[in-house]
Design a protein around this ligand. Sequence first.
Ligand code: SF4
Length: 182
Amino acid sequence: MSKIKFATVWLAGCSGCHMSFLDLDEWLIDLAQSVDVVFSPVGSDIKDYPEEVDVCLVEGGVANEENLELALKLRQHTKVVISFGDCAVTANVPAMRNMQGGADGVLKRAYLELADTGKQLPHEPGIVPELLDRVIPLHEVIPVDIFMPGCPPPAERIKATIAPLLRGEHPNMQGREMIKFG
Ligand code: SF4
């Protein structure tokens, strides 16, 4: 049986969702029997999102041009996209900056008003991605197949979401254990 092509992506998040993924401990060994990890910030250094991916966990909101570009690309090349954690599902913590009223306000506040020394706005086209005006949840930029809330989602929820997909089944995302925020 061919292995499932499995990816994880890290957009604007704290990486806590990926840390929770690693909390799957020995089940990760079982998972490794069934999947090929074709793209992930954890344990791989693949730079380009592959052409064909079966399942992708996407952590984080969409906060800058780089996030947006990767979100659009992964949607194009992935069968099942999972909005992984509260930042992907609602924009959550990264969206707190939306209260500052747009990217300019945030940058000025962080790099000019609050800087003790070296006041300077970051600007390096092609190296520092431009901020979007607002941080937005993943489903506002691409269609999402499965929503897995949680900050972070507990390891058992991650397992209960992924395991059915490995059998070609859709996970049952219902009840407190599967869709509780926070
Ligand atoms: Fe971090 Fe929580 Fe956001 Fe996951 S949902 S990236 S744990 S802040």
